[in-house]
Write a protein that binds this ligand. Structure first.
Ligand SMILES: C[S@@+](CC[C@H](N)C(=O)[O-])C[C@H]1O[C@@H](n2cnc3c(N)ncnc32)[C@H](O)[C@@H]1O
Length: 332
């Protein structure tokens, strides 16, 4: 690829992603699977413009997420696995979240000037149906890393855990699956917690979840109650000062000998790699305002300052494109 082609490939990447996101947002992959497999049929079924639907689907087919024969579309094996609603591997909720937050990215130019997005994370969570998609979106991408992290923690003797900013509860679900004696408390804002409660109601270990609604910046986590506190993918939504506070509150909530696990996407010291983390920092700038991606040095500093000892870290999902890190400290 020439330098100019490489430049254009990056600049025009949005032209590949936006049609895919819009097609997913209208559930077109699911409707195609159910037999509405031409543009006019889809347009009639969903009250859309037939010409626009045809152009959209051709663009999606050009990027390989649909196949086209004459005027009919069908899902590719990848599309059937990841983009059709009934599939156990469905990742559509996460794509709906990317589509919903596209507007926040469109405002990047203004945010670079003011340093502040129009809406912060809490405003987003309280917008219409957003909380539901947001929480399901977290669930979509959490299942595999959650299993990996739970396998790496060694949970013998861990009876009570607290999951701060628990989202869909995927990490607590992975912990209880590993340790049959564990009782897991999920702590989140009322709306997201309601979504998690519903998602987990059919879970085989439903009886081992406890639900605590609250604001992690304002409300107590308890005192000497838990053997393990997990703060997963929450610190990137918050400022460094708030993260120091969360770590201090976790210290108070743990019994002596208990562990804090802070799990997140972590940047190298120069903040330019891994590439995903540098891009996530931009997402957090436009979507949360105060969130960021931090370094292992920063995490270790927060844990040590709160009193944690025996610090170690474990790599999670290390082979993939979205590696994360668990920083673990013990309360003496
Ligand atoms: C990026 S999600 C992480 C979800 C989950 N821990 C995971 O790793 O998949 C951040 C979570 O923090 C919750 N959250 C954000 N601000 C909060 C607050 N002030 N108090 C309690 N929960 C909050 C959100 O509702 C969301 O569930």
């Amino acid at each position: 690829m020439s330098d100019h082609d490489a430049l254009l490939d990056t600049v025009l990447a949005y032209r590949r992603s936006k049609p895919l996101l819009v097609a997913l947002d209208y559930d077109l992959f699911t409707w195609v699977e159910r037999g509405w497999n031409t543009a006019p049929a889809l347009a009639r079924r969903l009250k859309l413009d037939a010409r626009a639907v045809a152009i959209l689907l051709d663009a999606v087919a050009a990027t390989g997420f649909l196949a086209k024969h004459r005027n009919r579309y069908r899902n590719t094996p990848l599309g059937k696995d990841l983009l059709v609603q009934d599939s156990p591997n469905y990742r559509g909720s996460n794509l709906k979240y990317q589509e919903a937050t596209w507007q926040a990215w469109s405002d990047l130019k203004g945010v670079v000037k003011t340093g502040r997005p129009k809406d912060g994370l809490l405003q987003w969570i309280h917008k219409g149906a957003f909380a539901e998609d947001y929480i399901k979106a977290m669930g979509d991408v959490a299942r595999e890393p959650a299993r990996d992290l739970a396998a790496k923690l060694g949970l013998a003797g861990t009876a009570k855990s607290l999951d701060v900013g628990s989202g869909a509860g995927s990490y607590s679900a992975a912990l209880v699956a590993r340790n049959p004696a564990l009782e897991a408390t999920l702590f989140d804002l009322p709306r997201p917690l309601g979504v998690a409660r519903r998602l987990l109601s059919e879970h085989p270990f439903a009886g081992r979840f406890r639900f605590k609604a609250g604001d992690f910046l304002k409300d107590s986590f308890g005192t000497r109650e838990f053997d393990l506190v997990l703060i997963s993918n929450v610190t990137h939504c918050e400022s460094a000062a708030n993260n120091r506070l969360l770590v201090q509150k976790a210290f108070k909530a743990l019994r002596p000998g208990g562990r804090l696990v802070v799990h997140d996407y972590v940047s190298d010291r120069g903040l330019t790699s891994p590439r995903f983390a540098a891009m996530l920092a931009v997402h957090l700038l436009v979507f949360t305002g105060r969130g960021n991606v931090y370094t292992l040095g920063q995490y270790s500093g927060w844990l040590r300052a709160a009193g944690f000892r025996g610090l170690r870290h474990r790599r999670v999902a290390a082979g993939g494109s979205y590696p994360s890190l668990a920083v673990i400290g013990t309360k003496p």
